[in-house]
Design a binder for this molecule. Sequence first.
Ligand SMILES: Cc1cc2nc3c(=O)[nH]c(=O)nc-3n(C[C@H](O)[C@H](O)[C@H](O)COP(=O)(O)OP(=O)(O)OC[C@H]3O[C@@H](n4cnc5c(N)ncnc54)[C@H](O)[C@@H]3O)c2cc1C
Length: 380
Amino acid sequence: MHVAVLGAGYAGVALTRKLESRLPSDVDITLVNDSADHVLVHETHRAIRRPAVADAISVPIADLLDRAELVVDRVVDVDADAGRAELGSGDTVEWDYGALCLGSETAYYDIEGLRDHSTPLKSLDDAATVRADFLDVVAHGGRVVVGGAGLSGVQVAGELAALAREEGADVPEDVEVVVVEMLDDVAPNFPANFRRAVREQLTERGVDVETGTTVEAVFDDRLVTDDGDLRYDQLIWTGGIAGDDAVDGDRPVVRADLRLTDRTFALGDAARAVDADGEPVPASASAAIREAKTVAENVARLVDHERSADPDDFEPRLARYRFEVPGWLVSVGDGAVAQLGPTVLTGAAAKASKASVGAGYLTSVGAVDRALKLAEEELL
Ligand SMILES: Cc1cc2nc3c(=O)[nH]c(=O)nc-3n(C[C@H](O)[C@H](O)[C@H](O)COP(=O)(O)OP(=O)(O)OC[C@H]3O[C@@H](n4cnc5c(N)ncnc54)[C@H](O)[C@@H]3O)c2cc1C
């Protein structure tokens, strides 16, 4: 029997590791990823200001696996019904049970000129490009626009304002950092007290927050919005996510058992999950890791059933995912906002909590040296 996991981000790595311990040892497990490294995407904004973070948040996938086979290749097409994926090399992977964990791409919503004139932030290469372009803006003075005020946009804007100051520029006197968001608030999918604190942290650092503003078109020097034109020297777009090209940009909806087809599950950013309470699950690292636990359990139940029972028996009842996280944490430059239950914290306590998240994750997967390096960088 063969189980395949496509994508080695938070969802794919957590799932593969759980399957390694949960499945009988004669079940083969394959993990496919387009690079040999597992990258902590939710820390990539840190690498804009602290390039050394890049090494700390890239972990060789082979170091994280026990018995699963790692295939470094790009998935170019997925047939979730048949249980088959085509790879860039021309090889094929087939599975009895499999999981789509390919994460997400940046969504451009067909806005004219947007893709051509903006930089996304989904990878360490993107972070390096954003940094180089931003240092150019800082050198000459100018305006940087960040499109989208979700978790990534807010954190990018915070890093840019802090980097400008470290380079000796005044924000907003020399360098303007503007966040443009279509909805009425920053971090729009989060509770009101969290949103308020995030907005305060941004404005305290000189970031101009323009909410309720829709980008309609982008030219090489200006955005056209429903509130008028906005000139820019650099544009970073973090305004939304779409599915991977291998699934035609789709993020399929899955119910709480996270099952997409008889053979295939979908989790993390790759899916739009509706949890056991009927609530949509936000695309987040925390949800991806927790969903992996449900999928590992469900794959194990199906494998056990297929091996032990009369094939005419009913399928086992599958576990259902309920979205529960202890809270939310974002960094805003050298500050942070932490929501723990109903309480929202800023200042040193929030910063310490935020610093412990990435390092705690790295420790949990056994990458202790990298955890220490990241903690050092975070607490600089
Ligand atoms: C700047 C930024 C800040 C963020 N901050 C937070 C935060 O503070 N808190 C939070 O909870 N979330 C945050 N997020 C969101 C979080 O990073 C994502 O929700 C999370 O990474 C989703 O995990 P995943 O495993 O589904 O996908 P990913 O972590 O993106 O992993 C997908 C994996 O699949 C691989 N892959 C993709 N396509 C292919 C292909 N075709 N073939 C082979 N391999 C492929 C990728 O290389 C990657 O290894 C942030 C995101 C960004 C960009």
